[in-house]
Design a protein around this ligand. Structure first.
Ligand code: NAI
Length: 263
């Protein structure tokens, strides 16, 4: 039987105080990893402690803060074996006319620069030790177009970054992969439903499986890519999207629920 067991490996999860990062921290801990949550929201960390995880305040957009947090963590606990970059911010759908420069900067800086800095600082240490696994959280928005003119390019950048770093560090024992989640029921998505930026039924209808994802669905894929079960997989972006990407192009045929033609 195939099972995932991390045998006390040290996993660092950015954005682990909420949503997909939080579910990932729980799953990695359940599979035997020692988990360190790195997040700038110290209130959320305190309110919802993950299973046995240690907590560290860190802003992923601040290179010096990342260096300090990583140094302190590795001094206390040993080298990081697994890095999951789940810290990120979503963006409301808007045309460019309504998207401010400030919002563009915040979205791209948190998602793309934050992922790059954490990869660079932790991955370099992994490469020096000769082993490690990184999973970045991209998005279906990085794989197809939508009205997210900051978030989409940032996530597409993460996908390209994942490929480049996988090639960069492969010979030094470091794998770098990404997941591209579809719409996942986390606090920011629930807020988007509440303020009617998005409609739950429409999103469900747009997927092949007719589902909105739960954070645990994404966490399971992250755990797989982090683990030795995926030891020959690097540089890929795995959509975890209930079939949103494959069903979208059926709109011109009336969607996946169309009545099949009989003649
Ligand atoms: P969330 O808001 O529940 O969790 C994001 C976490 O990142 C929070 O704990 C927040 O404090 C932390 N964070 C934000 N900025 C930070 C910073 N500068 N430094 C450190 N920590 C920071 O959101 P969710 O939905 O769980 O998103 C997690 C990741 O999944 C993000 O990268 C998001 O873009 C991605 N994603 C989410 C989807 C969804 O439908 N919820 C779909 C596709 C991707």
């Amino acid at each position: 039987m195939l099972t995932i067991h991390f045998d006390g490996k040290l996993a660092a999860v950015t954005g682990g105080a909420s949503g997909i990062g939080r579910a990932t921290a729980d799953v990695l801990a359940e599979c035997g990893a020692r988990v360190a949550i790195l997040d700038h929201d110290t209130n959320a960390i305190a309110a919802t402690p993950a299973l046995g995880a240690s907590h560290h305040a860190m802003d992923v957009t601040d290179g010096a803060a990342i260096e300090a947090a990583i140094e302190a963590l590795e001094t206390a606990c040993g080298g990081i074996d697994i890095l999951v970059n789940a810290a990120g911010v979503l963006q409301p759908p808007r045309p460019p006319e309504a998207l401010t420069e400030k919002e563009w900067d915040r979205t791209v800086t948190t998602n793309l620069k934050g992922t790059y800095l954490c990869c660079a600082k932790v991955g370099s240490r992994m490469a020096a030790r000769g082993h490690g696994s990184i999973v970045n959280v991209a998005s279906i928005a990085g794989l197809c177009s939508g009205p997210l003119h900051a978030y989409g390019p940032a996530k597409a950048g993460i996908i390209n970054l994942t490929e480049g770093l996988a090639a960069e560090w492969g010979r030094r024992g470091v794998r770098v992969n990404a997941v591209a989640p579809g719409f996942t029921e986390t606090p920011p998505l629930r807020l988007a439903f509440a303020v009617k930026h998005l409609n739950e039924d429409t999103l469900r209808e747009a997927t092949a499986l007719g589902a909105i994802l739960q954070p645990q669905d994404v966490a399971a894929a992250i755990a797989f890519l982090s683990s030795d079960l995926a030891s020959m997989i690097t540089g890929v972006t795995l959509p975890v999207d209930a079939g949103y990407l494959v069903a979208g192009s059926w709109a011109g045929y009336g969607g996946t629920r169309r009545r099949p033609a009989t003649k």
